[in-house]
Ligand binder design. Structure first.
Ligand code: AMP
Ligand code: GLY
Length: 428
């Protein structure tokens, strides 16, 4: 099969890497890709938002399947458009992608179909939002309704901070039209967990658990980022908890979307908080997480293309996913200043040495190749992934790779996986 992968991050590198292992895959194209994919895929100089041109290419180049990495094209309707031109594509329709594109929509589905989530209220008017904030105790969580590149959520510790957040979204429109309305949510506490499922509209299979590290700096402090590292599986999550998550979260939302006339097909990602009352949904995403994909896909033993085709053909109820029992840890190397402003064009060294380590993979994100050199080109630059029989061993491998790679301003967290290691120690 000839495959087109849309996107350019570490997640897309992991998708391509895994797809390339499938015996049925003959050729992969990537649009637009990054500096690390040339051995696996042919580059197409088209950004992920060029829906019409991407479909033109898919038709003229006899692409058998398109796989979409990021949320924006999905929320904008790339799946509907490709299908209208007779092209096979993996991902949710525009209507189903509203689970990520509108937090208000996602809440309404969760409320209607009984999916556990934080209590919340929706506001268009700053005046009404301010009255609500005055009447409710902090902390409160303020969320822009629409897409905001992962920056649209503010956990406000005081009423003043909550008012400032509501003002900046509703009045100053710091997220543009994504901030036409806001949700104000109760603040949940507990461990966070990402659980992803592959869904065929009716049936789903859960992928193994993972945990992201959203804050920029060690100890979970600093600004929220796209994710500074991840690992899979999460040791505190056992089969019983996964069954509970399947039953209380995925079953009702998958059934609900079908009943609403927008069956969900693709990867559905539930960002969860493990509260004392059980797992509750913080958010849904309608695609693989980045960097969760980089920690999950190396552990997938099943043929990834086969899993995608089972979803597209609607027989996931008969599909058994096989996992490598080892742990996988991913450490993100970012540019100095990320998630704020950062410089690009720094020379990267040591990659070959890191990639030669056993049980280690380096997935590129913001990189570009230039006259034989590799340069930084984004906030998140590289993902160093290690595999091992324990999480400790996987982390050791990943951090060994991290030490071998260098570029000016290299910034990373040294405590990926430390929550899991600590909770394991407290169990002992
Ligand atoms: P989201 O983009 O909705 O996943 O939110 C980003 C981050 O904000 C989450 O990973 C949580 O750390 C935090 N968050 C979101 N909603 C809540 C909530 N209701 N209570 C506490 N923290 C939250
Ligand atoms: N790692 C979080 C996300 O992909 O949204």
């Amino acid at each position: 099969m000839r495959i087109l992968v849309v996107g350019s991050g570490g997640r897309e590198h992991a998708l391509i890497w895994k797809l390339s292992k499938s015996p049925q895959v003959k050729k992969i194209f990537v649009a637009p890709g990054n500096g690390g994919m040339k051995d696996l895929a042919e580059y197409l100089p088209l950004s992920a938002d060029k829906t019409v041109e991407l479909a033109d290419f898919a038709l003229s180049s006899r692409i058998d399947l398109t796989v979409v990495g990021p949320e924006l094209p999905l929320v904008s309707g790339i799946v509907d458009y490709f299908q209208s031109r007779g092209l096979k594509i993996f991902g949710p329709s525009k209507a189903a992608a509203r689970l990520e594109g509108s937090k208000a929509f996602a809440k309404s589905v969760m409320e209607k179909y009984g999916v556990p989530t934080a209590r919340c209220q929706l506001f268009q008017s700053l005046e009404d939002a301010s009255v609500y904030i005055e009447r409710h105790p902090a902390p409160l969580v303020i969320k822009a309704d629409g897409l905001a590149s992962g920056k649209g959520v503010i956990v406000a510790q005081t009423k003043e901070e909550a008012i400032r957040a509501a003002t900046s979204i509703l009045k100053d429109r710091i997220f543009g039209d994504s901030g036409r309305q806001i949700l104000i949510e109760e603040c949940l506490t507990g461990q966070e967990l990402s659980v992803l499922a592959c869904v065929d509209g009716k049936n789903f299979v859960l992928l193994d658990s993972s945990q992201d590290h959203k804050r920029a700096y060690d100890g979970d402090v600093g600004p929220n980022t796209g994710g500074m590292g991840a690992y899979s599986p999460v040791p505190m999550v056992d089969d019983r908890m996964m069954k509970q998550i399947a039953k209380t979260i995925f079953e009702p939302v998958v059934r609900g979307m079908a009943l609403e006339g927008s069956p969900f097909k693709g990867i559905l990602y539930a960002g969860l908080m493990l509260t004392p009352q059980g797992p509750k949904v913080l958010e849904f995403n309608v695609r693989f997480g980045d960097p969760e994909a980089q920690a999950i896909l190396p552990r997938l033993k099943s043929d990834f293309l086969e899993l995608i085709l089972a979803s597209l053909e609607g027989w996931l109820d008969k599909y058994q996913v096989q996992w490598d029992e080892r742990s996988c840890a991913c450490v993100v190397l970012a540019s100095k200043g990320y998630p704020g402003s950062y410089d690009i064009g720094r020379v990267i060294s040591g990659l070959d040495k890191a990639a030669d380590l056993p049980d280690t993979i380096v997935f590129h994100a913001g990189t570009e190749s230039d006259k034989g050199r590799l340069l930084t080109k984004g906030g998140r630059v590289l993902n160093v992934v290690g595999m091992g029989h324990t999480l400790e061993a996987a982390l050791e491998k990943a951090y060994h790779g991290v030490d071998l790679i260098d570029f000016e301003g290299k910034q990373y967290r040294r405590d990926i996986g430390s929550h899991a290691l600590k909770s394991k120690m407290s169990v002992r």
